[in-house]
Write a protein that binds this ligand. Structure first.
Ligand SMILES: N[C@@H](CCC(=O)N[C@@H](CS)C(=O)NCC(=O)O)C(=O)O
Length: 233
């Protein structure tokens, strides 16, 4: 049975999985989850992912969430030995490190500043901005120390997808990160060198830009955590 990917069109974790599947030439059915309609908050969705988050991979009834785990699984199961997820323990550990760094710090800090205030009733704050710069500063240091043109190796890996999509959300809000020279070059090189993969990010960026200019009305949503913006009607 063909793999099914439950995904949103503008969420970095979903984009990274789509990019890996595309790059590895693995056929999959893309099932669009309507975030605004709360498709992911239903009891049926919770059977696939009790965290009620997107994406979810369905491999013939084996349900996997957490985009990092999905990326690792598809490489190991469908393209073992592919350089996107190296086998050598040290090389692999650097990829795993960057995936953990993105999840715990880089995307966490960036998305709180970029995405959360677009979709929910959060404000951008000086502390949030400071955390973005801290994340960028650390990433810049990792790139300097590695001395390679990619985030975790001398070639493209699954870590690049996650980190690129985090940076993409900065571009979506016109955040100037050109002072981070290594990041800036790596991000722009990705656009040039992988136009088909970048297109997946770029389409999402345009959607995010649209929502930034036209904040979505989620006032019907009863979200368990995020404050919903009140819309005057
Ligand atoms: N750590 C998860 C995060 C996934 C995630 O946060 N997805 C967002 C959409 S981009 C989501 O499902 N949010 C649920 C919500 O806010 O209700 C992963 O990497 O897959």
């Amino acid at each position: 049975m063909v793999l099914k990917l439950y995904a949103v069109s503008d969420g970095p974790p979903s984009l990274s999985v789509r990019q890996a599947l595309t790059h590895l030439d693995i056929p999959f059915e893309l099932i669009s989850v309507d975030f605004g309609a709360g498709d992911h908050m239903t009891p049926e969705y919770a059977l696939m992912n009790p965290q009620k988050e997107i994406p979810v991979l369905d491999d013939d009834g084996f349900f996997l969430s957490e985009s990092n785990a999905i990326l690792q699984y598809i490489c190991d199961k469908y393209k073992p030995g592919n350089s996107l997820y190296p086998q050598d323990p040290k090389a692999r550990s650097l990829v795993n490190h960057r995936l953990c760094f993105n999840l715990s710090t880089f995307y966490a800090n960036i998305s709180a500043h970029t995405m959360a205030p677009i979709f929910f009733d959060y404000q951008r704050t000086p502390l949030g901005l400071k955390k973005v710069h801290m994340a960028l500063d650390v990433m810049e240091t990792y790139m300097q120390r590695l001395g390679a043109s990619y985030a975790a190796a001398g070639h493209l890996t699954i870590a690049d997808f996650q980190l690129i999509n985090s940076v993409m959300t900065l571009e979506a809000i016109d955040f100037d990160f050109s002072q981070y020279k290594k990041i800036h070059k790596w991000y722009n090189d990705f656009k040039k060198n992988y136009p088909d993969l970048w297109k997946i990010s770029e389409d999402a960026m345009k959607e995010i830009q649209h929502f930034a200019a036209n904040p979505p009305d989620l006032s019907h949503m009863d979200h368990p955590i995020h404050p919903i913006r009140k819309i005057k009607k």
